[in-house]
Design a protein around this ligand. Structure first.
Ligand code: G3H
Length: 253
């Protein structure tokens, strides 16, 4: 549900999906729909393709669709084969970077301290950091969801974070790509807790956007977006189809 003075964000995380052809057709589909809608929606639209397609994506969209990376290195430069610096993302025109996604925490063993270091680098590069948090199914079953999310947030927040350069994405790990979503009450409880933490830790924590992610589809987007303190969506699978991602973006209000 919209928070006063907070513009929702509809963010598409393509993960390791896509091709040159798909980048072209998907972004053509989104820009055409945006044009027909008069140039903007209630929500800001963001796409996060894999690194090889970022430059092409930036060339294809106008400024009304933001482009972001899916990770960055905490250091500004150096001997880090395969990594990408935040300043490089900013240099080519990215405005956002997703950090600490559960797939990176699992696949690459990223700790919250590393996520905080990456977020600090993103802020120096003038990127907005989308910090992802969320509990596993076992943690939820043990009644630890709020505790886990709180620990991840407190340990992942960079110094100098504010509503202008931070977004939090709550993604229950068990809801990602499974077609399962938490109940509205459960989403409300976690988002409410995150809001409280942000208010405690940041001067303008009441204005930081908190996204929900995990099996967001056109069919459930409006219901999820109506939950208090849900200020948009981080969308995986459904962001790969212009029609579906557009429908979700329209529901982010
Ligand atoms: O970053 C996006 C999330 O992991 C959600 O993915 P999903 O929409 O495919 O469940």
């Amino acid at each position: 549900m919209s928070t006063p003075n907070v513009r929702p964000l509809a963010a598409g995380n393509w993960k390791m999906n896509g091709s040159s052809e798909m980048t072209l057709s998907l972004l053509k589909g989104l820009t055409e729909r945006l044009k027909s809608a008069g140039g903007s929606l209630a929500a800001e639209i963001l796409v996060c393709p894999p690194f090889p397609y970022l430059a092409a994506a930036i060339a294809l969209v106008d400024k009304d669709i933001a482009v972001g990376g899916q990770d960055c290195h905490p250091k500004a430069s150096g001997a880090h084969t395969g990594d990408v610096a935040a300043a490089m993302l900013a240099d080519i025109g990215c405005r956002y970077v997703i950090l600490g996604h559960s797939e990176r925490r699992t696949d690459h063993g990223e700790s919250s301290a590393e996520v905080a270091a990456k977020a600090a680098a993103a802020l120096v590069a003038k990127l907005t950091a989308i910090i992802c948090v969320g509990e596993t199914e076992a943690e939820r079953d043990r009644g630890e969801a709020l505790k886990i999310v709180e620990k991840q947030i407190v340990e992942s927040l960079p110094p100098a974070g504010s509503a202008s350069n931070l977004v939090i994405a709550y993604e229950p790990v068990w809801a990602i790509g499974t077609g399962r979503t938490p109940t509205s009450d459960d989403v409300a409880a976690v988002h409410g807790h995150i809001r409280k933490l942000l208010r405690t830790n940041l001067a303008d924590g009441g204005q930081v956007r908190i996204l929900y992610g995990g099996s967001v589809k056109p069919a459930n987007a409006a219901e999820l977006m109506a939950i208090p303190d849900v200020n948009g969506a981080l969308v995986g699978g459904a962001s790969l189809k212009a029609e579906d991602f557009w429908a979700i973006a329209e529901a982010c209000r």
